[in-house]
Design a protein around this ligand. Structure first.
Ligand SMILES: [Zn+2]
Ligand SMILES: [Zn+2]
Length: 100
């Protein structure tokens, strides 16, 4: 079974369940302020989702001075998480903890 690595700012915590990784990212790490619009969102998966669902790729590249491989890496992470995660359960758990 492959493990999910947190990956925020070099964090190497690993999780068997992707849901646990997202909860860790949301609860244990500082929130991320979006460079494009200034919204404050949980770092990790939710920050990636925000960037690519709320903004265009071009806006992302400009705001973060990113190249296309950085964009692709994040799009791959987003896709992999969404294929595997029960995001409804994640959101419910985070709401119960008062973290969202
Ligand atoms: Zn972490
Ligand atoms: Zn934004």
């Amino acid at each position: 079974m492959s493990l999910w690595t947190c990956g925020i700012a070099g964090c190497e915590e690993r999780f068997e369940a992707v849901e646990s990784a997202i909860i860790h990212q949301t609860v244990e790490h500082e929130r991320h302020q979006c460079t494009v619009c200034g919204s404050v969102v949980p770092d990790g998966y939710f920050a990636i989702r925000h960037a690519f669902e709320e903004h265009s790729r071009a806006e992302y590249v400009r705001a973060y001075d990113a190249d296309s491989s950085a964009v692709r890496t994040r799009e791959d992470v987003k896709r992999a998480v969404e294929e595997e995660a029960d995001l409804r359960a994640v959101v419910t758990e985070l709401e119960e903890r008062g973290a969202l």
